[in-house]
Design a protein around this ligand. Structure first.
Ligand code: PRP
Ligand code: URA
Length: 209
């Protein structure tokens, strides 16, 4: 069974509260999302591979640890997942970035694929799949299938807000994928929006409504 990690650090919770507020505009929403991504990134990358490197301090030579950033890929689900990329790149600047384009059909709520461009060597990398919202879980599950079809075996899903339904679906269909969230909310409404949630993440990031 995949693990659900709820990152309840006070700074993450504080920033998320501001993001949920409907009075918060796109500029602040984007900045807060970037900051939260960086903070959550500490937990998501907690067991990232380290390699030995020989360096010389002002005092003597030593063998020290260095993150092997070449082993990481960040894959946002377009559009809203883009909002989490910069914060993660601040942590691991040499990570490669792939893109999966999915949108939910407004009537069926089922995801529709419209784009996929991934690093050529993605199968050898730890993949952090990003999307602020895990609602029914349909988009995340389809994106995970696309990554697995490309040979990925080490996938983590990083979201901001999840519904219990989305968590259950990912855990049932992809028990090998750990999920990182800042909050698990109460339920989905009749339009499959998370309640209380924060509204439409893509629209709030890009100011499209
Ligand atoms: C939102 C969100 C997720 C998806 C979550 O994207 O960013 O990708 O819905 O819903 P699900 O768990 O029920 O699949 P949306 O389809 O609104 O596209 P957008 O990011 O382009 O706005
Ligand atoms: N997508 C969003 O952007 N928000 C939700 O609450 C559900 C899906």
């Amino acid at each position: 069974m995949s693990q659900l990690h709820v990152i309840n650090h006070p700074m993450v919770q504080h920033k998320l509260t501001i993001m949920r507020d409907k009075e918060t505009g796109s500029k602040d929403f984007r900045e807060l999302l970037k900051e939260i991504a960086m903070l959550m990134g500490y937990e998501v990358t907690r067991d990232i591979a380290l390699e030995d490197v020989c360096i010389e301090t002002p005092i003597c030579k030593m063998t020290a640890k260095r993150v092997s950033g070449r082993k990481l890929a960040i894959v946002p689900i377009l559009r809203a997942g883009l909002g989490l990329v910069d914060g993660l790149l601040t942590l691991v600047p040499v990570a490669k970035v792939g893109h999966i384009g999915l949108y939910r059909n407004e009537e069926t709520h089922k995801p529709v694929v419209y784009y996929c461009k991934l690093p050529e060597d993605i199968q050898g990398r730890m993949v952090i799949l990003t999307d602020p919202m895990l609602a029914t879980g349909g988009s995340a599950c389809d994106a995970i299938v696309m990554l697995k079809e490309r040979g990925c075996t080490n996938i983590r899903l990083m979201c901001l807000v999840a519904a219990p339904d989305g968590v259950a679906k990912v855990q049932a269909e992809h028990p090998d994928v750990d999920i990182y969230v800042a909050a698990v909310d109460d339920h989905l409404n009749e339009n499959a929006y998370i309640v209380p949630g924060l509204g439409d993440a893509g629209d709030r990031i890009f100011g499209t409504k």
